[in-house]
Write a protein that binds this ligand. Structure first.
Ligand code: NAI
Ligand code: 15L
Length: 268
C-alpha cells in the first residue's frame, strides 16, 4: 500500500529520534509529537499528554499511533501517574474518539522485571509470564498493556504492546547482551507491528536475535518480524570490562537488572 501516516509520540526522545530516521524507509509518513520542541522539525506538535484537545487533533486522520511518549525511567508515583498512566489513557481516548484503528505501545521489559533471569538451560521467558513490575515505571507499562486489552475487547482498537529490552545504538552492559534491540531491528519490529493484520492485542518482546536472549520472540516473529542483528559481537569486549553476570549479585538476578534494586531516575 501507499505510505501510511503514523503519529509518533515522544518523537524528541532517544528512541523517537532513532525511529524518525529509520521508519520513513519502511514506508511510514510520520507526524511528530512531544512535550519538548524538536530542533529542525517546525511541523512537530508540541503538546503534553495531559492535553486532551491537542491529542485529539494530533491523532485525527492518522492510520496508526506509535506511542513512545512518557517517563522512560523510574520516577515519583505522581509523575508516572500523570505522564504514563493518565497520559496513555488520554491517548487511547483520543484514538477512540477519532476512529484510529491501531496503536503500537512502547511497553517495557520492566513490566515483568522481577522475573528471574534464565540461567543455563532454563527455558526462555514465555509471553504469558505473570507481570511482575520492578518499579512504578514498570507498573505503568503493566497498566498500559491492560488498557490496550480493554480498548481491543471493548472498542476494537488494535494494539501491539512491545516489551522493549534496550534499544540503543550499541549494548553497553553484559545484561544488554541479552536484551539489546539494535535500532535497525527496532525499525523492523515497529514496522511489523504497524502493518501486520489482525493483531487484536498482541504482546511481543522487543529485541534482536541475541545469542544470550532471555525471552520468547515467537509472537514478534508471527507479526513478520525477522531480526537480523545479534549482540554477540560485543560480548567479548563487554565481558572483559565488566565480568560475567554474577548469580550472587541481586542486580543480576532478574531480567529488570538494577531496576529491581537501585533504579536509575528520570532526570526531570
Ligand atoms: P526518552 O525519555 O528519551 O523519550 C521519551 C520522550 O517522551 C521525551 O522526548 C519526552 O519529552 C517525552 N515525554 C515525556 N513526558 C511527556 C508528556 N507528558 N507529554 C508528551 N511527551 C512526553 O525515552 P526513550 O528511550 O526514547 O523511550 C521511548 C519509549 O519507549 C518510552 O515510553 C519508554 O518507556 C519506552 N522504552 C524504551 C526503551 C529503550 O530501550 N529506549 C526500553 C523499554 C521501553
Ligand atoms: C527501559 O524501559 C528504559 O526506558 C530504557 O532507558 C532502558 O533502561 C531499558 O528499559 C533497559 O531495561 O535497559
Amino acid at each position: 500500500p501507499a505510505s501510511r501516516t503514523v503519529l509518533l509520540t515522544g518523537a524528541a526522545g532517544g528512541l523517537g529520534t532513532l525511529m524518525r530516521e529509520l521508519l520513513p524507509a519502511h514506508g511510514h509518513d510520520l507526524r511528530l509529537l512531544d512535550v519538548r520542541a524538536i530542533e529542525g522539525e517546525p511541523d512537530a506538535v508540541t503538546a503534553d499528554l495531559t492535553d486532551r484537545k491537542a491529542l485529539r487533533e494530533a491523532v485525527r486522520g492518522v492510520d496508526a499511533v506509535l506511542h513512545f511518549a512518557g517517563i522512560s525511567l523510574e520516577s515519583t508515583f505522581d509523575k508516572i501517574l500523570r505522564a504514563n498512566i493518565e497520559g496513555t489513557y488520554n491517548l487511547y481516548e483520543a484514538a477512540r474518539e477519532e476512529g484510529v484503528r491501531r496503536i503500537v505501545f512502547a511497553s517495557s521489559n520492566h513490566a515483568v522485571g522481577f522475573t528471574p533471569r534464565p540461567q543455563g538451560d532454563d527455558p526462555l521467558i514465555p509471553l504469558d509470564t505473570p507481570r511482575r513490575p520492578d518499579t512504578f515505571y514498570g507498573l505503568s507499562k503493566s497498566f498500559g498493556e491492560d488498557l490496550a486489552q480493554l480498548y481491543w475487547d471493548k472498542h476494537g482498537i488494535e494494539t501491539v504492546s512491545v516489551r522493549i529490552g534496550s534499544c540503543f545504538p550499541e549494548p553497553t552492559s553484559v545484561r544488554m547482551l541479552s536484551v539489546w534491540m539494535s535500532p535497525d531491528d527496532g525499525a523492523r519490529l515497529f514496522h511489523a507491528a504497524l502493518t501486520a493484520e489482525d493483531v487484536g492485542h498482541t504482546v511481543v518482546y522487543g529485541s534482536s536475535a541475541n545469542t544470550r536472549l532471555w525471552w520468547d520472540l515467537s509472537s514478534a516473529r508471527a507479526l513478520g518480524y525477522a531480526p537480523r542483528d545479534d549482540s554477540e559481537r560485543y560480548a567479548e569486549k563487554l565481558i572483559a570490562e565488566q565480568g560475567e553476570l554474577d548469580p550472587a549479585n541481586p542486580d543480576h538476578a532478574h531480567i529488570g537488572g538494577h531496576f529491581c534494586t537501585n533504579p536509575p531516575l528520570w532526570p526531570h
